[in-house]
Every structure is written in C-alpha cells, then in structure tokens.
Design a protein around this ligand. Structure first.
Ligand code: A3P
Ligand code: MG
Ligand code: MG
Length: 397
C-alpha cells in the first residue's frame, strides 16, 4: 500500500474525530488535579521555583478602564516561544517528583486545544509529540501557519484588546491590604440575562466616567489599574498531576491569582458585556466552554469575569464556580463536558499507544486536519533539540 505523506513527512497514524454525539455519556474518570510543583517568572522572565509571582485577588472598584496604561505595557517576550518544557521539568526535579515512562508532560494550552476539538471542528491545531530516550512523552506547544498569520496580521485594536486581558489581571491583583478577605462569593452569581437591569445599566454618565477614568489612571500610575505598568512576562505556573482514566499527565498551567482563606486559585477573564440575546448565546456557547475547560483541567475552582464595553471599560464583575458552569449551559444543549473529556481520553490513549509502538526517541507532530475531520500523527523530520523549535516552526511546519 502507498505510504501517506503530509508536507513530505510520513504519516504514522490517523484517527477520525467524528461528531460530539459519539463522545456523550458518562465522563471518564478524572482525578482531582494535584499540584506537585510550581515556578514563578519575574519581569525579566528569570525562573524561580517558588510562588513569588502568585498574586492575591482583590475586586477592583468599578468601572475599570482597561485601555489605560497601554503606552507603558511591556508585552510578553516571545523569544523562547513556543514555550519550552525545560522549566516544567526543572520544577518537577526541584520537588524530586519522578516522571515515569509513558507519562505525559505538557502545558495546559495543548489540552485546551485538543479537548475543544469536537466543538471547534474548523480550527486546525498542532502539537509536537516527542518521546524522550527514557520513555517520558513531551507534548510541545506548536503554532500552526494559520495562527502565525493571524498573529502577524494583528491590528492596533486587536493588540489593545490583548492588552485588556492583562490589564484586567493587573486591576484585580493590585490591592494589598484587602487581599485576604477578598474571596468572590460565587454562590450568589448567575449568568446575567438581558432582562436583568442591574447587569446592563450604564451606571455612570459619560462625563462622570471620564472623570473616573482620569482619576483611576492617575492613582494607579497609569498602569491598567495596577500599581506600576503591566508586564506580561511575570507569571506563576503550577504543575498539576492529572489522571484521565489510565493516562497520567504532568500539566503546567499559568495561574492568575488566589483568593480566600484557605486560599484557592482564581482564573480571571474579560468578556464583552451581554447586551443582546445573541451576546448571551455566544458567551455560553464559546466563552463558557473555554473558561470551564481551562479551569477544570487545572482544578481551579473559580473564574472571575470582567464584563467590558466596546471601549474596554469593565462595568460588571461576576464569579462562576467552575464545576457549576456545565449546568448553566445544559438547558441550551450547546456543549457537554463529557464530550471534551471522553474525546481527550481517546486521543491521548491513542497517542500513547502509537508512540509506544515506535522505536527510539521519535519526534512526531499531532495535527488536527479540519478538512478531513481527522487527527494525523506524522514524523517531524529533522526536528532539532529544544532550542531549535523556532527553526522547526518556521522551516518545516
Ligand atoms: P482574556 O482571556 O481576558 O482576554 P489567561 O486568561 O489565559 O490567563 O490569559 C490572560 C490574557 O492574555 C488574556 O485575557 C488575553 O488578553 C491574553 N491572551 C492569552 N492568550 C491569548 C491569545 N492566544 N491571543 C491573544 N491574547 C491572549
Ligand atoms: Mg492568565
Ligand atoms: Mg486569565
């Protein structure tokens, strides 16, 4: 039989994705994620194996003008993108945490992409799959050509909107004194409906808003609500041990902040205000799926959403309990958490088995191909060592 090739590389295996209904039913066993290591990156991206970059949540006074401080924003230095796993392995080693042959080490982003596939069948994605000589499986972050094109084509507004997310994180973690008492009261929150006047009232006249923007801009040093400017390089990462049925993973996840006593992790998100019925439907279908998946995987119990207007002014805060998010959308029938997890299990078990059958220390590329609605596992020919990722990305993928 003729050998199948993809971009000149040998196809090792294919797996049809099918439709969400195939993955419905009881969820697979997914143990409570257990934190086994962590690391912090400071503003110069130096790594420390401690929690120095983990910040405390304080609800910011509203409104928050997210665009403030854009001029002094230090974007993430992406010289070492896609993020290499070296820091994750070093963090595991610092805790003397053994990683066994056949176990997977990955950044969370790979699992976000993979498990959302049944509900995003037209978005392609790629993940590097490397087996170390000792048998540990690395899932490397890869950007597709499509994503690189999108990134390169970002216009001014799109770059500002990217800043808004970091600016919100800064605004929510700028407080010091009130930090300990600032747990969001999740039990009281619900998805705002367009008929809920409190959710959508524009609480301030435009002149009052201008005044507030000026004042907050000054008090906060012009930096997106935070003391000092926003530096997207600082981050705290937790490394979680996950059990998905028989699959064992060590997953590094960036953690936005913590709140409460005892402290629990909190994910921060921005989203457009829900003004039209269509906004709410889209929020539930797309945003809540992403928020749930990302937070569920790392066992982060709460997501605090800053709802912003078109100008990037947050007018409402709402906290969601991660485990309750699926129930909020169940009636709409737009997505089902079991589908993501069952699909993830099938794919990861398949990848582990495929790699197990290959000799040596293979370097493969796992790609989701929308046109065929299937996964391809191909040999990543001539792939270099960790430092060569950019070369792999530019020259071959
Ligand atoms: P929002 O998600 O509120 O827009 P995270 O929420 O995962 O902690 O990421 C924090 C912020 O980083 C995001 O805030 C967004 O501003 C920016 N960001 C993260 N991933 C991004 C991506 N793929 N493209 C553009 N911006 C991104
Ligand atoms: Mg974050
Ligand atoms: Mg966030």
């Amino acid at each position: 039989s003729q050998q199948r090739l993809f971009r000149g590389m040998r196809v090792v295996g294919t797996l049809p994705v099918g439709s969400p209904s195939q993955y419905q039913g009881p969820p697979p066993r997914f143990g409570k994620p257990k934190e086994v290591a962590c690391f912090s990156r400071d503003s110069s991206r130096a790594v420390h194996f401690d929690r120095r970059a983990l910040r405390d949540y304080t609800p910011p006074p509203l409104p928050v003008a997210l665009d403030d401080g854009f001029a002094s924003y230090v974007p993430k230095d992406n010289a070492d993108e896609p993020a290499p796993l070296a820091d994750v392995f070093a963090a595991l080693a610092a805790q003397k945490q053994p990683v066994q042959p056949g176990q997977i080490v990955t950044f969370r982003n790979n699992l976000n992409k993979l498990m959302a596939t049944p509900y995003a069948p037209s978005d392609d994605w790629e993940i590097g799959v490397h087996r170390q000589p000792g048998g540990v499986l690395e899932l490397q972050v890869r950007e597709t050509e499509r994503r690189q094109r999108e990134e390169a084509a970002r216009d001014e507004r799109s770059r500002r909107m990217c800043y808004w997310g970091y600016s919100f994180e800064q605004a929510c973690t700028a407080g010091r004194a009130a930090a300990a008492a600032a747990a969001p009261r999740a039990g009281e929150y619900r998805v705002p409906s367009p008929s809920d006047p409190e959710s959508f009232a524009h609480l301030y006249s435009s002149s009052r808003l201008e005044e507030l923007r000026r004042r907050y801009g000054r008090e906060r040093g012009g930096g997106g609500g935070g003391g000092g400017g926003v530096n997207a390089n600082e981050e705290f990462c937790a490394v979680m041990k996950l059990e998905l049925e028989q699959v064992r993973l060590f997953m590094a996840a960036e953690i936005d902040c913590r709140a409460g006593e005892p402290a629990e992790y909190v994910e921060l998100k921005t989203s457009k205000l829900l003004e039209k019925p269509r906004d709410k439907a889209s929020f539930e279908r797309h945003k809540l799926l992403k928020f749930w998946l990302q937070s569920f995987l790392a066992g982060v119990p709460r997501v605090v959403v800053g709802f912003r207007d078109e100008a990037g002014v947050v007018r409402k805060l709402q906290a969601f309990k991660t485990l309750e998010i699926p129930r909020l959308v169940r009636a709409q029938g737009v997505w089902d958490p079991s589908v993501c997890l069952n699909f993830g299990r099938v794919v990861l078990e398949w990848v582990v088995e495929q790699v197990r059958r290959l000799p040596g220390a293979p370097r493969l590329l796992l790609r989701y191909e929308p046109a065929q609605n299937e996964l391809l596992l191909v040999e990543e020919e001539g792939a270099e060592e960790e430092s060569g990722h950019v070369g792999v990305k530019r020259a071959r993928i």
